[in-house]
Design a protein around this ligand. Structure first.
Ligand code: SF4
Ligand code: SF4
Length: 172
């Protein structure tokens, strides 16, 4: 077990107050979520997951938490450490679109401000500078390239505003 990101570390000693049927309904409405009930916990998804030894909660456990309406699933590190490689989805004997569900969970978590800090920073950088990584002139110089071209980011800003990316968080 690593010190991976996420508040929810383990089921050990955890007491859940209530299963939230509304949350399960929301998860069922995610892309891929309609087949949640088909999961019979074979764990074939987890057996092939490349980050299974890096996370506190395995992907088959995430599936069960969703079905049981346990909102703490949004705080598990699996949501953000998933590489979206689609291996679990390919392996699932029930044809559940697991990775697509995880994309939806990322959105749900981000809206509730549950995300590693770097994600907000990356979004802001994209909005402010039009890129996630700022190349420097000396790096380009080393490669014999011209200085970093100035980007016109007004179109990017307009697009990001229109998609609602800058205001994803729900009011709390
Ligand atoms: S492989 Fe499919 S059926 Fe098996 S535990 Fe994972 S999601 Fe459930
Ligand atoms: S898509 Fe994510 S959860 Fe599925 S196998 Fe890849 S890393 Fe694991």
């Amino acid at each position: 077990m690593t010190d991976a990101w996420g508040q929810f570390k383990s089921f050990d000693g955890k007491k859940f107050k209530a299963m939230d049927a509304e949350f399960t309904r929301g998860a069922s409405n995610l892309i891929g979520g309609k087949d949640l009930t088909a999961c019979f916990q074979c764990a074939k998804c987890s057996a092939g997951c490349p980050v299974s030894d890096k996370v506190n909660i395995q992907i088959h456990e995430v599936m069960r938490m969703l079905l049981f309406g346990l909102k703490e699933v949004l705080e598990t590190d699996m949501v953000w450490l998933c590489t979206t490689c689609y291996t679990c989805q390919e392996r699932c004997p029930q044809g559940i679109e697991i990775t697509d569900i995880l994309f939806g969970l990322k959105n749900m978590a981000f809206k509730k401000r549950i995300a590693p800090p770097g994600y907000s920073g990356a979004r802001q950088s994209l909005y402010d500078k039009g890129r996630l990584y700022e190349p420097t002139d000396w790096e380009r110089d080393d490669l014999g390239l011209d200085p970093v071209p100035v980007l016109n980011i007004e179109d990017t800003k307009r697009m990001l505003k229109k998609t609602g990316l800058m205001k994803l968080e729900e009011d709390v």
